[in-house]
Design a protein around this ligand. Structure first.
Ligand code: F6P
Length: 374
């Protein structure tokens, strides 16, 4: 049985999948559009479903009528190579404590659920990181929404998946930056510090640092001392090296254990500044001219790597298949060279930091890379 709502979208009978929604949430990254493309292709081509793209995460569901548009395979074909997200996204404004126009803060989850119902959607795919997926799952449970998740984050810190969309591209960009810094560092006999993103985890730093030939890699998971870093630089100098490459994750703290942050004009507090802190303290102590490059949002933009396109495509297809199987409240995940599904609850419950006894840390130490701890 179907009915037509005021904005022209039919509501389908319970239990039958005919129309699904998709949204992207949290910080953008490369590969989101490739996942959207795969979802549309699989849903439309294999199952004959309609796919509606919701604008700017749950914010699109707060608008009346909700801000959505139908996506078609034809339109989404070029998306495999485009950066960002055609749907828009946001990493602020928790719906359970949402800032309203009148200055108050309130819970707008019921309005979001009502927006979803007005669209007559039978299921929803959310592409997000740990914070976004926790919020989306809470809304889905509250509203009885058939919800399936796809993991994305350059930080790669989401539990229960070895990889999230966007991480590989970010690592490639940081690696290329180190490759470029190498030659200018050698030309000027400098210590070059590259500050990379990653939120509270050091995945981008450790991966790009090994791949990009860094001499020193600092990650939040391993406490460091300035003296260990300076001694290491001096040993490099004594060994005949006239430069050093260092990569530092944005969440590395100062020597007193304090996080270094920056508050933007609109009040958002973000990590950033550890690179300059290190430069200021190392220059004199190590007697080395030092420069800092903060890679910033360059890591999130641009053309996705082949690996991120593959991951996004496999995840998009698998997420649609989960809906077809009625396996809701699950996230697609990459484990042991294939896509599996895991309960969203378990993925968001486990923060994936860099494993101190893992292969990457062992490899870095075996290569003589200084991790700041001795
Ligand atoms: O979570 C992704 C991420 O890029 C982090 O690595 C970084 O700390 C943060 O988002 C930056 O957020 P914004 O885009 O709001 O500056």
């Amino acid at each position: 049985m179907t009915s037509l709502l005021s904005h022209g979208i039919e509501v389908t009978a319970m239990g039958e999948i005919r129309r699904i929604g998709i949204l992207t949430s949290g910080g953008d990254c490369a590969g989101l559009n490739a996942a959207i493309r795969a979802v549309v292709h699989r849903a439309e081509g294999t199952y004959g479903w309609e796919v509606y793209g919701i604008q700017k995460s749950t914010q699109g569901l707060l608008q009346r009528p909700p801000a959505v548009r139908q996506l078609t395979s034809e339109e989404t074909y070029p998306l495999r190579v485009t950066g960002g997200t055609i749907l828009g996204t946001t990493n602020k404004g928790n719906p359970f404590a949402f800032p309203r126009a009148d200055g108050t803060v309130g819970d707008c989850s019921e309005e979001i659920i009502e927006g979803y119902r007005q669209l007559g959607l039978d299921a929803l795919i959310g592409i997000g990181g740990d914070g976004s997926l926790a919020i989306l799952r809470r809304i889905a449970v509250q509203g009885g929404i058939n919800f399936v998740a796809i993991p994305k984050t350059i930080d790669n810190d989401l539990g229960s998946t070895e990889r999230s969309i966007g991480f590989d591209t970010a690592v490639n960009i940081a690696t290329e930056a180190l490759d470029r810094l190498h030659f200018t560092a050698a030309s000027h006999s400098r210590v070059m510090i590259l500050e990379v993103m990653g939120r509270d985890a050091g995945h981008i730093a450790i991966s790009s640092g090994i791949a990009g030939g860094a001499d020193i890699i600092l990650i939040p998971e391993i406490p460091y001392t300035l003296s260990a870093i300076c001694n290491y630089i001096q040993r490099l100098q004594e060994g005949g090296r006239n430069f050093a490459l260092m990569v530092v994750a944005e969440a590395v703290r100062d020597e007193n254990g304090e996080k270094i942050t920056h508050t933007h004009a609109l009040g958002q507090c973000r990590l950033g500044g550890i690179g300059q802190y290190l430069a200021d303290h190392i220059s004199e102590a190590a007697g080395a001219e030092t420069r800092v490059t903060v890679l910033g949002h360059v890591q999130r933009g641009g053309v996705p790597s082949a690996l991120d396109r593959l991951l996004a495509t496999a995840f998009g297809v698998a997420a649609v298949d989960l809906i077809a199987e009625g396996k809701f409240d699950h996230m697609v995940s990459w484990q042991h060279r294939q896509v599996v599904s895991v309960p969203i609850e378990s993925a968001i419950a486990h923060y994936q930091a860099v494993e101190l006894d893992g292969t990457l840390i062992k490899t870095a130490r075996a290569m003589g890379i200084c991790l700041g701890d001795g």
